[in-house]
Ligand binder design. Structure first.
Ligand code: COI
Length: 326
């Protein structure tokens, strides 16, 4: 069995070696994404493994099938970069990966606390020996209401983490979960939007969730609301975020993801001209924390992502099905 793995970082290589040995397969790792231009590279491979920046369109899927690839697995939980409907139609098998939700959940709480305590400004001051306190007075979680939108594995874990801080927790999801009800109160979306001091998104990116946070919803939020996004950039309309910060409606913003991050995040761009104006503009605000889509990035998650991907290709080829099949 031969696998071609795209977008492989150096820190993933030891795990590819480990699971190639375990599943008795030959794996070639390349650092770049799969595109129409380099599609011919897949010839001779049974399955491919990708990360979140290879956009697997219908055209690419047709090409994969034609070139003899039978399955494509993504080393990510989210699979909005894959045309799953078309893949099903042509019989190309697709699987995603899973990893414990704790890494992203912990990171979310860190961003909430950093935002509430003005940590970015404090850090900036420290760099120039400015040890003043003016403007850095924070707020305590125990007197605030936090709203969690999306109570899947990660949302649920954020809620459990937050339960130790004594804040009121409101939750919204189409599907209510009994475990969540131990720590949070489910409410309708409008109530959550209008009554929370902190709002964090944990939903997948779907047609129905694209620009879920838009101008109209921001206007209905509490003045000074703190918004957190460790899910997908496109869940928030970046222009609406800029407007919200400029008008001071949004008190603080912490984004591990942002619309238009593809091709920028996870790359060293120090000597490049970055053409994404929103990223550059938002980054300079003292109350906006931005990180490079790294909430997932822990030793436990990385190994699990590689393991799931290799295991899925092995199982799809040998058994016709796998635990993470989509
Ligand atoms: C995911 O697993 O969905 C992520 O966001 C990870 C990232 C490498 C794309």
């Amino acid at each position: 069995m031969k696998i071609l793995a795209f977008e492989v970082r150096d820190d993933e290589k030891e795990y590819f070696e480990k699971y190639a040995a375990k599943y008795q397969c030959e794996i070639t790792c390349v650092p770049f994404s799969l595109t129409l231009d380099n599609l011919l590279l897949v010839q001779g491979y049974d399955g491919i493994s990708i990360l979140g920046w290879s956009s697997i369109t219908a055209e690419i899927e047709d090409g994969l099938k034609k070139l003899g690839v039978t399955c494509c697995t993504t080393r990510t939980v989210g699979y909005n970069h894959i045309d799953v409907t078309h893949a099903h139609k042509i019989g190309l098998k697709i699987a995603n990966s899973n990893y414990p939700p704790t890494g992203v959940a912990d990171y979310t709480v860190m961003l909430i606390l950093m935002s509430l305590r003005h940590y970015k400004q404090a850090m900036w001051r420290g760099h120039v020996n400015d040890y003043s306190l003016k403007g850095l007075q924070g707020r305590e979680l125990n007197e605030l209401t936090v709203g969690i939108i999306g109570t899947g594995k990660i949302g649920q874990c954020v809620i459990k983490n937050l339960s130790g801080f004594g804040c009121k927790i409101l939750a919204y999801d189409m599907y209510e979960n009994d475990e969540v009800k131990k720590y949070a109160e489910y409410t309708d979306l409008d109530s959550l939007i209008s009554s929370c001091d902190v709002i964090s998104l944990h939903t997948p990116l779907l047609d129905s969730t694209y620009h879920f946070i838009n101008n109209e919803r921001i206007q209905r939020m509490k003045d000074g609301v703190v918004l957190i996004n460790c899910a997908r950039g496109e869940l928030m309309d970046v222009d609406a975020l800029i407007q919200g910060i400029e008008s001071r409606k949004i008190g603080a913003l912490a984004l591990d993801v942002i619309e238009g991050e593809d091709g920028i995040y996870h790359e060293d761009k120090r000597t490049d001209i970055i053409s994404n104006q929103s990223i550059a503009y938002l980054r300079q605000f003292p109350n906006v924390i931005m990180t490079q889509h790294m909430a997932f990035y822990t030793n436990i998650a990385v190994e699990s992502m590689v393991k799931c991907s290799v295991e899925a290709i092995h199982d799809l080829i040998n058994k016709g099905t796998c635990a993470t099949s989509i």
